[in-house]
Design a protein. Structure first.
Length: 187
């Protein structure tokens, strides 16, 4: 069994430059709130609202900008918003629900892009080689404690990453994982 870092991924949004311009103004540059564990990514100071009819939630922007706008929510957020997304690996937004996004300078209605992120393991190329894990391989992650549980079907994403499992807030709460920490990886 290997020890890996567990991180709790709260609701967030990745914006395209086109949508960022509509929400904050032309050529807007996001301001860094804090670096995230994955190289080059940061939580921005800016927030937007995601809106479905009379329901809305504030959502933090994660940078840098991406090719397509994508909203990543926990299932509880989706129930609140009355949006019924697919559970998908980040970036796989084809045929997913859309939503309205409001910023200080305007709003955007995306036609697709709302997902509940599939639990996944970011794994460095070095750790993947050492542990004989292939990209898209499914692994198990065990969380110990009073509410400990084992997550099956965790998708490995091999690349220039810092090795860590990403769980959404619902998954972390179910396992009693109140903050980031160490967990066991079963291959």
């Amino acid at each position: 069994m290997k020890k890996i870092k567990a991180e709790i991924s709260a609701r967030h949004i990745h914006l395209s430059q086109k949508d960022l311009d509509k929400l904050f103004g032309k050529d807007y540059k996001l301001k860094k709130n804090k670096d995230l564990s994955q190289p080059g990514e940061f939580a921005a100071k800016e927030l937007v609202e995601v809106v479905n009819k009379d329901r809305k939630l504030k959502v933090r922007i994660v940078a840098p900008v991406r090719e397509h706008t994508q909203v990543e929510l926990a299932m509880t957020d989706c129930y609140f918003l009355r949006v019924y997304p697919e559970i998908r690996v980040s970036g796989d937004i084809d045929k997913t629900p859309g939503i309205i996004i409001k910023g200080p300078k305007g709003s955007v209605k995306i036609q697709q892009g709302v997902i509940v992120p599939r639990r996944h393991l970011h794994i460095s190329k070095e750790d993947a080689k050492k542990w004989k894990i292939k990209n898209k391989q499914k692994v198990k992650v065990c969380i110990k404690g009073k509410r400990g549980l084992t997550f099956d079907d965790v998708v490995a994403r091999v690349g220039n990453f810092s090795t860590a499992i990403h769980l959404d807030t619902d998954e972390a709460n179910a396992a009693g994982l109140l903050k980031c920490g160490q967990v066991d990886l079963k291959i």
